[in-house]
Design a protein. Sequence first.
Length: 426
Amino acid sequence: MKNVKILLGIAILGLMTSCLKDQEDTFDKPSAQRAEESIAASYQILAGAEHGWLMQYYPSPYRTYGGYNVFMKFTADGKVTVASDIDDPEATAESNYKITQSAGVVLSFDTYNEIFHLFSTPDAPLGGEKGKGWEGDYDFEFISASAEKIVLKGKKTGNYATMVPCKDANWADYINKIAVVEEDMNFPKYSMKVDTTTVNIVKSYRSFSMTYPTATTDTTISVPFVVTDGGLQFYEPVTIAGKQISGFKHATDTWDFACADDANIILNGIVPPLNETFVSSDWYMAYSTAGEYAQAALKRMEAGSATEGETIVLLAFTNVDGYPSLYFRSGNYAGYFCYSYEFTGEDTITMYYNGTNDGGNAPYYLRNCDYGAIVSVFGFDAKSARTFKLTTDDQKSPTRITLTDVNEPTNVITMFTQGISYPFNN
């Protein structure tokens, strides 16, 4: 491998940080020859890792979705096998790659890979804006390369991606370890104290939004990270109150996680009361998990849509302008009803429809399709407000939540975090 390093260093004049010869030797060769040697050396390095490479990869120009672990096994003849923690641990996909000279040595994944191109396809299979997706890179400039570490820079986003050799061939085992770490360290909210500065933190995908007071105002910073088998590693260190923070260490059976740089800085996981979780999240409904009272109302709703020649495609509670709102999609038409609410304890909520809606479809279905029945399940107006007791399967990371009317026990309905299409078929 030493010979490979020397060739690579000669070829790109020190931009790849391996062994170097003096300038006189380097410039003895024509540029075309140097380019060919750098490309050949790059193929050798990529194919030389026995168990492949582990890439820490950040899609999106603003690293909005955080970082992901991508496993890659290269062959010298231009084939690459890919796995990732974005997909099933056992899943792999094979495609082609190539290395070219274009104002530097460039690695391109030039044929579609069913796993790696999930990050860049405009179909948005992972979320993001339709027509853009996560806007990830598939062309990378080599910044440095050796048998021990490769640093790449995305041609589109400018994000850096680091690659290190995999310790063994069992990629799925590492992906499963990552899943455990992520679950243990996943909380709806977090707080952190850096000396006397209190930092409030919320997470979206794999990125923290950290808010803390500064001299004149509150400052909010976005901190993307990747999950490793040892904890959370930031894309780059951040400095808060004079202290550098580059990530947090994983620990089991705790809500407190020590900073990787300073054991006195602790990331504290926070689980909000269940009623707060309900009004701030999306919850999907299904006919089969409703009680007798709620099912009767749902059947009237279903029949009302049928008079329009429509099938109810989606029924959920979501937050609209700060209100928990009953959202529906009937055929090609959608609308919502907003509810005022009051917390009457950590696991109870009083609600009623406050008359705010989408201004078009909702009033139509209320007048013409008997939607008043389902609106009434959660309180039709202030005079008929309903109070519900909330229960869940997991207070920290709920996948479902059950609302039970304290005054009408058959008015009960369980909702789910996972999207449910055609709720009357479920």
